[in-house]
Design a protein around this ligand. Structure first.
Ligand SMILES: Cc1cc2nc3c(=O)[nH]c(=O)nc-3n(C[C@H](O)[C@H](O)[C@H](O)COP(=O)(O)OP(=O)(O)OC[C@H]3O[C@@H](n4cnc5c(N)ncnc54)[C@H](O)[C@@H]3O)c2cc1C
Length: 231
């Protein structure tokens, strides 16, 4: 595998587009390298810059796992110029990508430990990368818990995969939405509240939290979830 310059965009092909949310504001793009020699190593948590000619470039977390070698996945929330241009792409089109950039989750430190993954909204992208990576090396990790919430069921990403993960007996998966919805028979409540309810053990554990700042604030406020003296 070549070690390319992450500051030079390389061409990637849109192999598969998938609408993730019921309001169509979230789409996932599976990209392949036009030149397989330009494939690069990365770890869960890193991001890339995606560019569309004459529109610009923007950063997106890598939603696929390094263990999924056939494609790189990005899930894009449509908010402005670049994200709208990405949403208008068709399968087969070529865009620019540079990366991998940024820090990664220290997966080596997680080995032999319990791992708690806590996500809210579409920030779940790099947490999916982490979860799939952990599943691919499942024996390296101890107990794995995932708490993932969205405002409503139609905004939960990767719903088919979540349904598969629910069937696994080697992960504790807790899905939640902000309020009751017809047909929703799982948890209801904000992510910090559900974290407090299910109370994953902090003993010998690493927690990875990614979501809106307010969710992170109340989730990592340990005094609320684990009152002093309780652990
Ligand atoms: C490390 C990192 C990772 C990220 N990962 C992801 C990811 O995985 N998925 C994802 O969806 N996003 C991700 N983001 C956010 C993403 O990069 C931004 O949403 C993106 O840069 C927006 O680009 P844009 O050109 O579409 O928006 P812009 O056109 O630059 O607009 C940005 C904001 O300004 C507002 N705006 C635009 N035009 C106007 C106007 N005329 N008046 C008022 N407001 C306006 C838009 O509504 C929008 O909220 C990440 C960001 C970072 C830094």
């Amino acid at each position: 595998m070549e070690k390319g310059n992450p500051y030079i965009p390389i061409p990637v092909k849109v192999e598969r587009i998938r609408v993730e949310s019921d309001d169509k504001t979230l789409r996932s793009f599976d990209l392949s390298f036009c030149n397989p020699k330009q494939r690069f190593d990365f770890l869960p948590g890193q991001f890339c810059q995606l560019s569309v000619l004459s529109k610009g470039e923007a950063p997106f977390g890598i939603a696929s796992s390094p263990t999924e070698e056939k494609f790189l996945r990005f899930t894009v929330n449509r908010v402005g110029v670049v994200t709208t241009a990405l949403h208008y792409l068709k399968e087969g089109e070529i865009i620019g990508l540079r990366g991998p950039l940024g820090n990664y989750y220290p997966v080596d430190k997680f080995k032999g430990k319990n791992v708690v993954i806590i996500g809210g909204g579409f920030a779940f992208t790099t947490l999916r990368s982490l979860a799939v990576y952990i599943f691919a090396h499942r024996n390296d990790f101890n107990e794995v818990s995932i708490i993932y919430g969205a405002r409503r069921p139609g905004l939960l990403l990767y719903r088919d995969e979540l349904a598969e993960w629910e069937k696994r007996d080697d992960v504790n998966l807790y899905l939640t939405v902000d309020r009751e919805f017809p047909g929703w028979d799982k948890r209801v409540g904000f992510v910090p509240t559900v974290t407090k309810e299910v109370k994953p053990s902090p003993v010998d554990a690493y927690a990875v939290v990614c979501g809106p700042p307010i969710m992170i604030k109340w989730t990592t406020d340990n005094d609320k979830i684990y009152p002093p003296g309780s652990i």
